[in-house]
Ligand binder design. Structure first.
Ligand code: NAD
Length: 327
């Protein structure tokens, strides 16, 4: 399986590293529009380096690519690959707009290639275990409070641009939107309050929001999101309840490791499970390989990626108009 990675400076670094160490895969080329970055990665990993995706796809006989560029170009790069029969693992957010997401799904379907989105939270063990419990003895989640305060502040212009990264709500809270959809199903209505409190020079972009989600099942959730935290307060948590009990998943930001739960029939009998040192990037790439082999729909599908973008766009719209938005 011959692999190319596009967009290397940030999370692309992690994709390159994982692909290079997975025995079933052969990392053969990398691409970045900045020649120095492409050269550095090419020599470090002893692969071919390109500054044009078009040229890389024409010259290399690739099976699949990882797209790790800013979201504005995800559709263009996905289309280039799909039309050549190359499978796509594309970083989140799937694209800047729902229309681009839809076009990515269509072109991948039309060309029979796998499209997986980098929603790595779908591979985090305590969250998978929570989903398993929700489908068994715990029962469906009815109430969720998710704190997801992104630590630190991005200084990348594309991140804040409305037609690209879309700011912290699209760039970061898309993880929250996706994992809540994974755990609780489709969303019906969104209401948000938002502001620009910590990055005033980025106005009119918002840097933080609190929002509620009403799910089609009737369940409800509240999420805190945005670049509202600092490294020393690096955490995330999920507090969950239903008529049978309560549960929580806690840990570092994007590194939840602990699941605790108790049933209302035995409130002091708290179960605790630990899942330390898990590599979600590796797990998502191994799953992508498996989907290419079997033709199965990825756990983080294009449809799921699109729904997460739709929720984030609704959060922004709701904050702008000061009213709930129906999906
Ligand atoms: N899954 C995660 O946890 C995670 C973490 C960080 C970023 N991301 C996502 O990855 C994407 C990139 O974010 P980042 O922080 O790595 O960005 P970055 O700015 O650090 O790196 C992006 C790289 O892509 C290159 N690039 C831009 N356009 C290109 C093109 N057309 N062809 C080839 N190379 C191109 C840039 O030169 C740069 O080196 C975003 O969609 C972001 O949301 C995901």
């Amino acid at each position: 399986m011959k692999i190319g990675v596009i967009g290397l400076a940030g999370v692309g670094r992690t994709h390159v590293d994982r692909w290079a160490t997975i025995p079933d895969a052969d990392l053969v080329s990398v691409c970045d529009i900045v020649p120095q970055i492409a050269d550095d990665f090419a020599s470090k990993y002893n692969v071919k380096g390109y500054t044009s995706t078009e040229e890389m796809l024409a010259k290399e006989d690739l099976t699949a690519i990882s797209i790790c560029t800013p979201p504005k170009v995800h559709l263009t790069l996905t289309r280039m690959a799909a039309e050549r029969g190359i499978h796509v693992l594309c970083e989140k957010p799937m694209a800047s707009t729902v229309a681009d997401c839809q076009a990515m799904i269509s072109v991948c379907k039309a060309n029979g290639v796998v499209l997986q989105i980098g929603h790595k939270k779908r591979f985090i063990p305590p969250l998978l275990r929570l989903k398993e419990l929700a489908a068994s003895e715990f029962g469906p989640i009815q109430y969720m409070v998710h704190r997801y305060p992104h630590p630190g502040m991005s200084n990348k212009d594309w991140f804040w641009a409305e037609d690209d990264g879309g700011g912290p709500i699209l760039e970061n809270a898309v993880h929250a939107a996706d994992i809540l959809g994974f755990l609780m199903g489709d969303v019906e209505r969104v209401y948000a309050e938002a502001g620009t409190f910590f990055a005033p020079h980025r106005k009119p972009q918002i840097d933080s929001a609190v929002f509620t989600l009403r799910f089609k099942s009737g369940a409800i959730a509240v999420v805190n999101a945005g670049m509202v935290s600092m490294e020393a307060f690096n955490f995330e948590d999920f507090y969950v309840a239903n008529e049978n009990g309560v549960a929580e998943v806690t840990g570092g930001f994007d590194r939840a490791e602990t699941l605790r739960y108790a049933f209302r029939t035995a409130p002091s009998d708290v179960q605790q499970e630990e899942y330390p040192n898990f590599d979600a990037f590796r797990a998502e790439i191994e799953h992508f390989i498996e989907c290419i082999r079997t033709g199965n729909e990825p756990r983080a599908s294009g449809e799921a990626g699109m729904k997460a973008v739709e929720i984030c766009r609704a959060v922004k719209k709701s904050a702008e108009i000061g009213a709930p938005v129906e999906l």
